[in-house]
Structure formats: C-alpha cells, structure tokens
Design a protein around this ligand. Structure first.
Ligand code: SF4
Length: 157
C-alpha cells in the first residue's frame, strides 16, 4: 500500500496572533480522556466538575467543549483571539491542520490551505510525516471521544 501523500512532509508554521482555526462559530472540539484529565487539573477541578462547567455532550453522547452563547465560538478563546488554556489545550486543537478529514481529499486540503495561513506562510518549515502521523492519530482518538466519566465505568448492555 502506498504511504499517504503527506508522509513526505508538509510545509507549515502556525502564525502568531492568527487564531483563525479557533475563531469558528459552530466549531466542535472533541475531547480525549487525557484532555479531560489534563484540563480539569489545570483548573484545579475534579474531572466531573469541569465536564459539568465547561463541556457539553453531543447528540450521540460524546463530550465536547462548550461554546459561548453570544457567538457560538469556543469558551476558551479570548477577545484577542488567544487560547486561554494554550499550554494544556485539547489534542484535537494541537493537531490542526493535520485532521483526518482535512487530509482525506484534495478538495478538503485545498479548503484548509485557503483558511490556514500557516500552510502558505513564508516562514513555513517542513513538518515531518511521522510528526503528522502522530497528530492524525491524536485527532482520531479525540473524535472517538468518551461518553461518561469515569469512562471505564460505562454500563455494558
Ligand atoms: S489557522 Fe493555521 S496559522 Fe492560524 S492559528 Fe490556526 S493553525 Fe495557526
């Protein structure tokens, strides 16, 4: 089987003060189990308490970050378009633009290139295919998500 096109490396450099990928009304950030543990700890909260305060569940039960009522943008993006939990941000956020859905087709990738200036920036550096692969798996893990806490207590029917 041929390796995916991006295994040869892709030029990218996230641009300071951009925030375009976060400033997206209706955007959904799926959470992994380790995201919930890390971010709740950052806030000095129990995981259940943090899930109740800052998260919601999708129709199929997966936990995602809440959005602001006023503009439907992530609650952690401040008025300067900065992530207020950047150092502990969800792995799906850290994995952008290397999401499976972005890499899957030429058309999807063209659209991402049009919206993410980091992919066409003059200071872009080649990101190694192995590094991209790690992000792809992280995104997949987050998209799978979890539906209860603790996740290992889920009732088996
Ligand atoms: S849109 Fe691209 S360049 Fe801008 S913050 Fe997101 S990843 Fe970085």
């Amino acid at each position: 089987m041929r390796p995916p096109w991006w295994m040869e490396g892709v030029a990218f450099s996230c641009q300071a003060n951009c925030g375009k990928c976060c400033d997206e009304p209706g955007g959904i950030v799926y959470l992994s189990i380790t995201d919930a543990e890390r971010i709740s700890k950052h806030h000095g909260m129990e995981v259940e308490e943090w899930l109740e305060r800052d998260c919601r569940q999708t129709l199929d039960g997966r936990y995602v970050l809440k959005s602001r009522e006023v503009d439907d943008v992530c609650i952690y993006l401040d008025q300067n378009k900065q992530c207020t939990i950047y150092t502990v941000r969800p792995q799906q956020c850290a994995a952008f633009p290397w999401w499976s859905e972005n890499l899957a087709t030429d058309r999807a990738w063209r659209e991402v290139k049009e919206t993410c200036p980091g992919l066409t920036a003059d200071d872009a550096l080649i990101i190694d295919g192995e590094a991209i692969r790690i992000h792809v798996f992280a995104d997949r893990e987050s998209t799978k998500g979890f539906r209860s806490w603790p996740p290992w207590n889920r009732k088996v029917r």
